[in-house]
Write a protein that binds this ligand. Structure first.
Ligand SMILES: Nc1ncnc2c1ncn2[C@@H]1O[C@H](COP(=O)(O)OP(=O)(O)OP(=O)(O)O)[C@@H](O)[C@H]1O
Ligand SMILES: [Mg+2]
Length: 408
């Protein structure tokens, strides 16, 4: 887990401040760093503590919450202010929001409402802040590990997993990560991460002679440690991308980050083949149903049998794992002859909420079982980047082999 959210509580009633602290007592990702009993004290403490979030009452004397909000939001814009009001204070609330508060809670509120509002306000603000202030690209040379997320069937959770894995590696494990959306027709990584790409892979490959500098300027800086290469804006542009482009791209990206995570569409088309070839690991995503298992079997046969990838290159990840309704994991392993590296449980509510809000669940609900599944996958497959860093020459060359076979 990352750093806890540092909270300052401002309310003139000491018993209420105690109640709030009790409600937050068991939340490991929220730390109460200070309390103030009026606006003046709040301003002084905010300057001193630089909290992430300030939970601020409106009615206090001598300095009320609206005046304190106006000062703090100008002086310390990184501290997010969440107002607390009672019914009937709508006009005050409007003034507080105009003064710079980001969200509000109406008393009385439940602990769930409190925790959700605090986390959400903080996340939204962090995102806004990061997107408004792009960071310069790190200059350090890397020899990154390429992990392609692949499946033999559509809709099994590739994009959900690749976005959450990339965010977890970068935010929680502090690795530098580049996420490539290689679903060239219908890529939706930018939607799941809630950003409008200014440039995409087509802009890059149409630059004529392109190298590291052009690649750097084609990436979207999502957060300090995570950059994203967006897919084409229109499905018909997909055919402009060839295997050679992807090989050239990945050779450059490998030098720029600890991890390169690639989301794919379920196909063995040239750009995806090139990505599979260049990958250190391929995470094959499977769900616990017979049609998927049949397709994973075929996929493994192609990768290990025909194309001769070593067994350790392919990793099996079960998504929406719920053994009570699907096939048992042990049966799956037996039928496929491969062990399961990670299991990601089913959580439709969180998956859909994350997609709709554009906030990956590993950020909004880091302690949920579904986030733990992605964490398990990160540890099992991504491992330690220093260990993983080997020579930068591709170790397996499927595309080359296929092209040679085609021209023989
Ligand atoms: N572990 C999970 N629990 C519940 N719902 C999930 C889970 N993983 C993914 N989903 C949901 O399944 C749907 C498909 O997921 P996603 O788009 O990530 O799949 P995909 O393999 O990328 O699909 P496509 O082949 O169309 O690119 C989405 O609605 C997503 O929210
Ligand atoms: Mg997808």
């Amino acid at each position: 887990m990352g750093q806890p959210l540092r909270l300052l509580i401002v309310d003139d009633a000491a018993p209420f401040r105690e109640t709030l602290k009790r409600l937050l007592e068991f939340e490991k990702d929220i730390e109460v760093v200070g309390e103030a009993q009026d606006g003046e004290e709040a301003i002084a403490l905010a300057r001193q503590l630089l909290p992430d979030v300030i939970l601020m009452d409106i009615n206090m004397t001598p300095v009320d919450g609206i005046a304190a909000t106006a000062v703090i939001s100008t002086e310390i814009p990184r501290s997010v202010i969440v107002m607390m009001s009672v019914q009937g204070e709508q006009e005050y609330l409007r003034q507080a929001m105009a003064a710079g508060a980001r969200d509000y809670l109406t008393k009385p509120f439940s602990s769930d409402e409190l925790i959700h509002t605090l986390r959400n306000a903080y996340l939204m603000e962090s995102k806004r802040w990061l997107q408004a202030s792009p960071q310069p690209a790190p200059t350090m040379e890397h020899n990154g590990e390429i992990i392609t997320i692949f499946s033999a069937k559509g809709g099994v959770g590739k994009t959900t997993i690749s976005t959450n894995l990339a965010v977890l590696l970068s935010h929680e494990l502090k690795k530098s990560v580049i996420l490539v959306d290689l679903d060239l027709q219908f890529g939706d990584v930018p939607v799941l991460l809630d950003f409008e790409p200014r440039r995409n892979i087509i802009d890059l490959i149409q630059t004529g002679e392109w190298g590291r500098e052009e690649v750097v300027s084609s990436l979207h800086q999502y957060s300090p440690q995570l950059r994203v290469l967006a897919p084409p804006a229109r499905p018909e542009e997909a055919e402009l991308v060839g295997g050679g482009h992807i090989k050239q791209l990945l050779t450059i990206l490998r030098q720029m980050a600890d991890y390169i995570i690639i989301d794919t569409a379920q196909s063995f088309q040239e750009p995806v083949l090139a990505a599979l070839d260049e990958s250190d690991y391929i995470a094959i995503i499977a769900t616990l149903d017979i049609p998927t298992i049949k397709n994973v079997r075929l996929c493994l046969d192609v990768m290990q049998g025909v194309l001769d990838y070593p067994a350790e290159k392919t990793k099996l990840v079960v998504n929406r794992a719920a053994e009570d309704i699907g096939i048992k994991i042990s049966v799956l392993e037996q039928r496929l002859g491969i062990g399961v590296s990670a299991k990601i449980p089913s959580d439709g509510r969180l998956a859909i909420q994350a997609a709709n809000e554009g906030i990956p669940f590993v950020l909004s609900s880091p302690k949920s079982a579904i986030s733990s599944g992605v964490r398990e996958m990160a540890h099992k497959i991504a491992g330690d980047p220093m260990e993983a860093a080997g020579d930068s020459v591709p170790k397996w060359n499927l595309l080359g082999r296929l092209l040679r076979q085609g021209s023989a």
